[in-house]
Write a protein that binds this ligand. Structure first.
Ligand code: DP6
Length: 340
């Protein structure tokens, strides 16, 4: 028996940064699902030869054993009482990314959402459990593995968390947003790879640093206000407000890390250079674009695809000199996971 899924990464416009309770977000977040940056995962299951009661699990990434990730999956499965059946089987996980893994875009969002989809489908097939709200349950499961992964279960724009202006929002799982203004339906995301090195501080550690942060309460208030404004901008097709809010979110994420009791700089010098160049290009050209960052040095340049030719030529002439080996990933808004 084997199941296989392909799941995409996502980029947050409003950042999830700080937690409460059991893997729940301190504030609502909102993202766009990507198309090309994806993880493909397969799990094969066979009845165990021996009758030992521990979990028999192997994990390989792009054909090679990956003990660290194997441990992560093992520890995660052991926390899930619904998966006790798995102890009677030998489970083989194998995964690969559709983008070069040397780009430093090691996406826990795509891998953990692919994992959740495989596990739920296996549960249906192996023990006959029915999941009438399959994607919602997969989103909940993905959240337990990695928060941002819960937003990768749906295409388009996705909302996670509670907010007075989005009544379908929920802390336990993410929800696809009803269609936004056409100005935001055709979006490109150029991921500029400033450094392919592993992140200096993991997201998990970054969330931990928010727990004792002096600006913690102010951050939650700001994120909720930004969410209200972004919902309006997305509904009205307002790129100017979109740019202001999304860029402020990116800078806030990094400023919070710099001002944490244990400070960390997650940008590199090339990051700042690229941000300055994007700011002046946006000002001079008036094109609908915005930058954002995740918790690392790489820059996401979001733009309306009708301006693709001008944006790509700007990237090639001005931004690629600041990217590692001129690397970038030419991504765009996507439709969500696919069963393979
Ligand atoms: C900066 O989802 O990686 O990308 O729940 O601890 O696995 P864990 O954290 P993770 O945090 C992502 C943080 C972010 C912002 C975002 O995607 O919203």
């Amino acid at each position: 028996m084997q199941v296989s899924w392909s799941a995409p990464s996502n980029i947050a416009f409003i950042k999830y940064w700080g937690k409460k309770g059991h893997q729940l977000p301190a504030n609502a977040s909102l993202s766009m699902t990507l198309n090309r940056a994806r993880t493909e995962m397969s799990v094969s299951v066979e009845k165990k030869e021996n009758n030992k009661s521990e979990l028999d699990l192997t994990f390989s990434f792009e054909g090679k054993a990956e003990p660290q990730f194997e441990k992560k999956i093992r520890d995660f499965l052991l926390t899930l009482s619904d998966f006790a059946w798995a102890k009677d089987y030998a489970l083989k996980f194998s995964s690969k990314n559709t983008f070069p893994h040397s780009t430093g875009i090691a996406s826990s969002a795509s891998s953990m959402s692919a994992l959740a989809l495989c596990l739920l489908e296996l549960e249906e097939k192996m023990v006959g459990k029915k999941h009438p709200h399959f994607l919602q349950e997969a989103s909940r499961l993905a959240r337990l593995a990695s928060g941002s992964a819960c937003r990768s279960l749906y295409g388009g724009h996705v909302f996670w968390g509670e907010h007075p202006d989005f009544s379908a929002g929920n802390d336990e799982w993410a929800t696809p947003m009803p269609s936004v203004h056409e100005n935001f339906q055709e979006m490109g995301d150029a991921i500029l790879v400033v450094s392919s090195a592993a992140k200096k501080v993991s997201s998990r550690e970054g969330h931990n640093r928010m727990a004792e942060h002096p600006f913690k309460a102010a951050r939650v208030t700001q994120a909720q206000q930004h969410t209200a404004l972004l919902l309006q901008a997305l509904a009205q097709g307002d790129w100017q407000s979109f740019q202001q809010i999304v860029q402020s979110e990116a800078m806030t994420l990094h400023a919070l890390m710099m001002s944490a009791p244990r400070p960390a700089i997650l940008m590199a010098s090339g990051t700042l250079k690229i941000l300055e160049l994007i700011e002046s290009f946006a000002q001079d050209s008036g094109l609908p674009l915005a930058y954002t960052l995740d918790a690392g040095p790489n820059v996401h340049l979001l733009y309306h695809k009708k301006e693709r030719t001008r944006v790509v030529s700007f990237i090639q002439t001005e931004l690629l000199p600041f990217c590692e080996e001129r690397m970038w990933i030419d991504d765009e808004i996507g439709d969500g996971p696919k069963k393979l």
